[in-house]
Design a protein around this ligand. Structure first.
Ligand code: OGA
Ligand code: NI
Length: 323
C-alpha cells in the first residue's frame, strides 16, 4: 500500500460548502432560525459537512487550547507516562497514527484523546490544560447540543424524545488534539487515513493550516474554511439514528510540506450506555430499519480497536446489505 497521494481535490465551481450561522440559529427571529434549520438539514443530507460561523468561541480560547495541546505533545515520554498506549476506553490516551496495534500504513499524526463528558478528565501537565480544556469542552458541547436540537427539528422529530432516548444530558464527549509534522516532499502524504468519526457530530478547529479533505460526490474536496469558522462533520451515530438519511462523511487529512498543522477535534455522541438505534419515527414499512441497536460504548470499542477501513465500523450494526 502506498501512502503517497495527489492533491486532486478542488471543489467544482458551481458548488460551495454550506455555511451555518450559529447566531441566527440560536438568537435569530423565528424565520431566520427556520432558514438555518433547513440549511442545516440540507448540509447534513448533501454534504455531511459544514462550516459554522458566529459560534461565539473566542480566538483567544482556541489559541490557548492549541498551545496547551502543543505543550502536552512536547512533554517527554516519561512525563506522558501510562497515557501512551492506554486502552481505547481509558479516559486519557496519547499516541501516534490511528492505532499502533493495527496500523498498516505510515500515518504521521500525533494525538491526545481525553474524555471530557459526562465525567471531565484532564492531564496534570501542562498546568493550565485543565482550565482551558474545561472551558473549551463546555463551549463546544453546548454548540454541538444546539446543533443536534436543530437537526431533530429539521427531521420533524420531537426534540425531547430523542434527547431522552440518547440520554444527551450525559452525552459522551471526547476532546482530541492532533499534531501533524511537516512532510517535506513534493507529493502529499496522508496524516490521517480516510475514515468517518464515531459520534453524532464532530467539531474541528485548526491552527490556520489547511489539510482536511472530505469526500463529496465521490471526489476528495480540499477544505479551505472561512477564517475562524469551526468545521463540523456528521458521524456514524447520526447515520444510525437518522436511519441512513444523514450519512457520516468520509474524510482524511493531508500533511503540509512546511508547517506543523494542528487541529482540535471534539466528538459529541449519545451516552455511552444507551442502546442506540434508528429513531422510531424514521422507520416504517417503506423505510425499514437499516441498523440494529448497540451501545455507543461497544461501537466505540470496536471502531477504535480495529484498523481504520473507511466506514467499515458501521458494518457492525448494518442490517441490510443493499443499503
Ligand atoms: C479526526 C480527524 C482531521 C484533521 O481527528 O477524527 O478527522 O484535520 N482529524 O485533523
Ligand atoms: Ni475524523
Amino acid at each position: 500500500m502506498t501512502s503517497l497521494i495527489s492533491l486532486d481535490a478542488e471543489l467544482p465551481k458551481e458548488e460551495t460548502i454550506p455555511t451555518i450561522d450559529f447566531g441566527l440559529l440560536v438568537n435569530g427571529t423565528p424565520d431566520q432560525r427556520s432558514a438555518m434549520v433547513r440549511l442545516l438539514a440540507t448540509a447534513c443530507e448533501d454534504w455531511g459537512f459544514f462550516m459554522l460561523v458566529n459560534h461565539g468561541i473566542q480566538d483567544k480560547l482556541r489559541d490557548e487550547m492549541l498551545e496547551a495541546f502543543k505543550a502536552l505533545f512536547d512533554l517527554t515520554d516519561d512525563e506522558k507516562g501510562s497515557y501512551i498506549g492506554a486502552h481505547v476506553l481509558d479516559p486519557i490516551r496519547i499516541g501516534s497514527g490511528f492505532n499502533l496495534k493495527t496500523d498498516t500504513g505510515k500515518y504521521s499524526r500525533h494525538y491526545a484523546k481525553i474524555f471530557v463528558h459526562p465525567e471531565f478528565h484532564s492531564v496534570p501537565k501542562p498546568l493550565n490544560f485543565r482550565n482551558i480544556s474545561k472551558e473549551y469542552s463546555d463551549y463546544t458541547r453546548a454548540i454541538g447540543l444546539e446543533l443536534l436540537k436543530a437537526v431533530w427539528e429539521g427531521l420533524g422529530i420531537e426534540e425531547n424524545r430523542v434527547a431522552d432516548a440518547l440520554k444527551l444530558r450525559s452525552c459522551f464527549q471526547i476532546l482530541v488534539g492532533n499534531l501533524y509534522p511537516p512532510y517535506p516532499k513534493p507529493d502529499f502524504e496522508l496524516g490521517f487515513a480516510p475514515h468517518s468519526d464515531h459520534g453524532l457530530f464532530t467539531l474541528l478547529y485548526q491552527n490556520g493550516i489547511n489539510g482536511l479533505q472530505i469526500m463529496h460526490k465521490e471526489r476528495w474536496i480540499y477544505v479551505k474554511p472561512v477564517p475562524n469558522s469551526i468545521m463540523v462533520n456528521t458521524g456514524d451515530h447520526l447515520e444510525i439514528v437518522s436511519n441512513g438519511k444523514y450519512k457520516s462523511v468520509l474524510h482524511r487529512a493531508v500533511l503540509n510540506s512546511e508547517m506543523v498543522r494542528m487541529s482540535i477535534v471534539t466528538v459529541i455522541g449519545p451516552s455511552l450506555d444507551v442502546i442506540v438505534e434508528p429513531i422510531a419515527d424514521l422507520v416504517n414499512t417503506d423505510c425499514p430499519a437499516v441498523f440494529r441497536g448497540l451501545t455507543y460504548r461497544d461501537y466505540l470499542e470496536h471502531q477504535q480497536s480495529n484498523s481504520l477501513v473507511e466506514k467499515g465500523a458501521l458494518n457492525l450494526v448494518r442490517l441490510h446489505t443493499d443499503h
